[in-house]
Design a protein around this ligand. Structure first.
Ligand code: SF4
Length: 352
């Protein structure tokens, strides 16, 4: 088992035992303590646990939650994907300081694997079947409907815990009008055996290595992620890059230009021929800042820059901090210019 996980406790809904995937996962951890719960979302130990981060990191490594997904709806997206598929997991073994995912589940946010994967794959197949062919190309994909499979975690890491990711990638092999997609900061070579046949897009998340060392806690280093791109392409994945989040600071130009050169030098012709990028500028949040100050205050030197940021109300009604509108536009323009100069073959799918 990869060092990211060393599962000692499994919290599980009773119904999990009725599913083959649930039984398989339990069989992988015969010595784990099993703790029954009524609902995988409402486990008091993991809510409101803004306290010591050492506890979260231990919880992330040692705790697994197993549940059964109740809702199977596809949500329209329009940025990374056409639709967000019902997730086969939530939570993450990694601990990026800017990650907004824990806000919904408590900051330790250990991985929950949803064991009714057959319900999820059937729902995607049915939805894609009803859609028919994509008639108008968009920035997401010229021909295929794209489903985001990993909104609430990192599927490369999830693939260490169960075969859910293998099953998801498997259905897209046979869906002529649809592709799966997920972003990742983890190199898991098990993915290379999943035979995606071009129908799953992996979005490799990149930022300058100096910044990743400050913020991307428990993830794989940037040079390792870049080296994985060619391997993924050879294994039959479509691979895009996800420049996210872009963190602006006094030396960001040198760091980003260096990253773009590192990417250009680190991937081969086949990867370059199909590479596209999405760019997401940092969004931060006052509540997350307060939590981070208790466990990783040095990261906040880079994330919390009220001199560069302004408040903006999110669609969900939260007050977020984003880079000031006019500056953000200028900075995005600079990044686009550096990309045009250093990786001119890489189209930008979207930037915001
Ligand atoms: S890898 Fe993704 S989901 Fe996991 S902590 Fe980092 S940003 Fe959050």
């Amino acid at each position: 088992m990869d060092a990211l996980f060393d599962i000692r406790q499994i919290y599980l809904e009773e119904a999990v035992r009725d599913y083959a995937r649930g039984q398989e996962i339990l069989a992988r951890h015969p010595n784990a303590q099993l703790i029954p719960v009524d609902n995988h979302w409402r486990i008091p130990q993991f809510f409101g646990n803004e306290g010591a981060a050492e506890e979260w990191l231990r919880i992330k490594r040692e705790t697994l939650i197993l549940g059964v997904r109740k809702t199977l709806t596809m949500r329209p997206n329009g940025r990374s994907a056409d639709f967000i598929a019902p997730s086969s997991s939530n939570g993450c073994g990694m601990a990026c300081a800017y990650c907004y995912v824990p806000r919904r589940k408590g900051y330790a946010n250990p991985v929950t694997v949803l064991v009714n994967i057959d319900d999820i794959t059937r729902a995607i197949i049915r939805h894609a079947g009803k859609l028919g062919w994509k008639t108008a190309p968009n920035q997401i994909d010229p021909a295929a409907w794209v489903y985001d499979l990993g909104e609430n975690g990192d599927l490369s890491a999830d693939a260490l815990l169960s075969d859910n990711v293998r099953d998801l990638i498997g259905i897209f092999r046979d869906l002529p009008n649809a592709k799966g997609s997920f972003a990742t900061k983890r190199v898991n070579r098990a993915l290379l055996d999943y035979d995606p046949r071009g129908r799953t897009r992996v979005r490799v998340s990149l930022m300058p290595p100096e910044m990743a060392r400050r913020l991307d806690i428990r993830t794989d280093p940037i040079d390792v992620r870049i080296a994985f791109i060619d391997e993924l392409v050879r294994a039959g994945y479509e691979v895009h890059v996800n420049f996210s989040p872009v963190v602006v600071h006094e030396n960001w130009q040198a760091e980003w230009r260096s990253l773009l050169h590192q990417l250009n030098d680190g991937i081969g012709a086949a990867a370059k021929a199909q590479l596209k990028a999405e760019i997401i500028m940092l969004t931060h949040n006052a509540a997350l800042h307060e939590v981070n100050m208790r466990w990783h205050p040095r990261g906040e030197d880079w994330l919390w820059r009220p001199d560069l940021q302004e408040n903006k109300k999110s669609e969900g009604g939260m007050i977020n901090l984003r880079y000031r509108h006019r500056w953000k536009g200028r900075w995005l323009g600079q990044l686009r210019d550096w990309m045009a100069e250093i990786i001119p073959y890489c189209a930008i799918r979207y930037a915001f």
